[in-house]
Write a protein that binds this ligand. Structure first.
Ligand code: HEM
Length: 427
């Protein structure tokens, strides 16, 4: 039986998730320190109100998040992985193998990995630097045209490289990319008033999901007739257990990749560049030895930002975690942001330290079978953008970011920016 009383530190309200990350961390730190496995009432603002939902366990220590991630036989993904309750049909239509357990998860993940061949990864990887350079060319053009007026970093920089990368990988045509990225952003923005723009959350999600499924079906139909070397071409011709994937399965893959590939990396770029601007000492260290330090800087940005803040599991048996009994059927939510500030793993966890080594952050998950498939592509993208700024536009000044409200993606909806000083920095 789950506990009947809820923890006194409330992390379930939308008001909590609307706080700046540093203030959320103050509350999470109390839990991590005193009650690392704590019981809470259901998250406010979920898409599906369920009177019988008893609540969830919050897991805030690094070691426990790793334990849960690496024991899928005890902590299942098959009952849903979102913190909020989501209608079942939406879960199936959007999550694909993210919300599955072995053996189906293993099979489908292997299929996507094998369709995404090393040759294709290398092709995209090698073009990311050129794309990053184009983005800065365009930015400088906008600057010249607008007489150095402030621009939105999200629109003109952060969103562009992830959208290009995931689209190239999956096979999305240039004219469809923006619409796909907007729908992907809506898929994770149901708690955020700016993203909702007056719409009702479930309605917005349905609209976004339908738009993505329509795009996926149309692409799949084209690739069946005329395959190229993209992921969709490989998937429409692949067989699982002697059967081809259905349009519904292909569309769910498409949604998963569009969402996983866009918002996560977009926000990493924005949080990362913004963090550098807020920490001149880190910026100076990076400038001193860019190639030697950019790898470490990017890892610290993933830790600092924790672009994916939570994922959920469901206990499949009675078990124990950090001395607390968990019952079969209980919801267990991993707080990656809290684990990434765990002082037992990260000395001075609230310091942005690009020289941190080792940096065992859980930005891409705690290991185990669901570990992020796009980690290496995300790293290449963030590095390429940093490199462009370092060499060409070293002086950026930021205004106040507007953060998205929600318990899943640590999102920024707008980030005013101006280019100050000279263009063309370090050689
Ligand atoms: C900085 C950017 C990114 C972050 C922070 C991130 C984070 C994550 C996290 C936390 C998970 C869940 C891990 C777990 O449950 O153990 C995940 C899974 C996943 N990610 Fe990423 N991700 C990023 C970029 C990408 C990109 C660029 C792609 C696609 C190219 C991608 C594709 C996936 C997929 C397909 C899964 C599901 C894996 C599975 O269930 O087996 N991610 N990611």
């Amino acid at each position: 039986m789950p506990p009947t009383t809820f923890d006194s530190t409330d992390i379930s309200t939308l008001a909590f998730w609307a706080l700046p990350a540093a203030q959320r961390e103050l509350r999470l730190a109390v839990l991590r320190e005193e009650r690392p496995v704590s019981w809470h009432r259901p998250a406010e603002g979920g898409l599906l109100s369920d009177e019988n939902d008893p609540g969830f366990w919050a897991i805030t220590r690094h070691a426990d998040v790793v334990h849960v991630s690496r024991h899928p036989e005890l902590f299942s993904s098959g009952f849903g992985v979102m913190f909020d309750n989501i209608p079942e049909f939406l879960l199936e239509a959007c999550s694909s193998f993210l919300a599955m357990d072995a053996p189906r998860h293993t099979l489908l993940r292997r299929l996507v990995s094998s369709a995404f061949t090393p040759r294709q990864v290398a092709r995209i990887d090698s073009q990311i630097a050129a794309q990053a350079s184009n983005i800065i060319d365009d930015l400088l053009m906008v600057r010249a045209q607008t007489n150095s007026a402030p621009f939105d970093f999200m629109e003109h920089v952060a969103s562009r490289l992830p959208m290009w990368t995931i689209s190239e990988m999956v096979g999305i045509a240039p004219e469809d990319r923006k619409a796909v990225a907007i729908s992907a952003n809506e898929m994770v923005g149901w708690n955020d008033a700016t993203t909702l723009a007056g719409r009702e959350p479930l309605g917005m999600l349905m609209e976004a999901m339908l738009a993505l499924h329509t795009a996926a079906r149309s692409l799949a139909a084209r690739r069946r007739l005329e395959p190229t070397d993209d992921l969709m071409s490989a998937l429409v011709h692949a067989e699982v257990d002697g059967q081809q994937l259905t349009d519904d399965e292909l569309s769910a893959f498409f949604v998963l990749l569009a969402v996983a590939g866009n918002d996560t990396t977009k926000n990493s770029i924005a949080h990362g560049v913004f963090a550098l601007s807020q920490h001149p000492e880190a910026r100076a260290l990076l400038a001193e030895d860019f190639e030697g330090r950019v790898g470490g800087a990017v890892e610290e940005m993933f830790r600092w930002a924790t672009p994916v803040m939570t994922f959920r599991r469901t206990a499949t048996a009675d078990c124990e975690l950090s001395g607390t009994s968990i019952a079969v059927g209980d919801k267990v939510v991993m707080f990656y942001a809290a684990a990434n500030r765990d002082p037992s793993v990260f000395p001075e966890p609230n310091r942005f330290d690009i020289l941190r080594s080792p940096n065992l952050h859980l930005g891409f998950g705690g290991g185990g079978p669901h570990f992020c498939m796009g980690a290496s592509l995300a790293r290449t993208q963030v590095k390429s953008i940093l490199r462009e700024f370092h060499h060409r536009v070293p002086n950026l000044t930021f205004g106040e970011p507007t953060f998205q409200v929600g318990n899943f993606i640590h999102g920024i909806s707008s980030l005013p920016c101006t280019i100050t000083g000279t263009i063309g920095g370090a050689s």
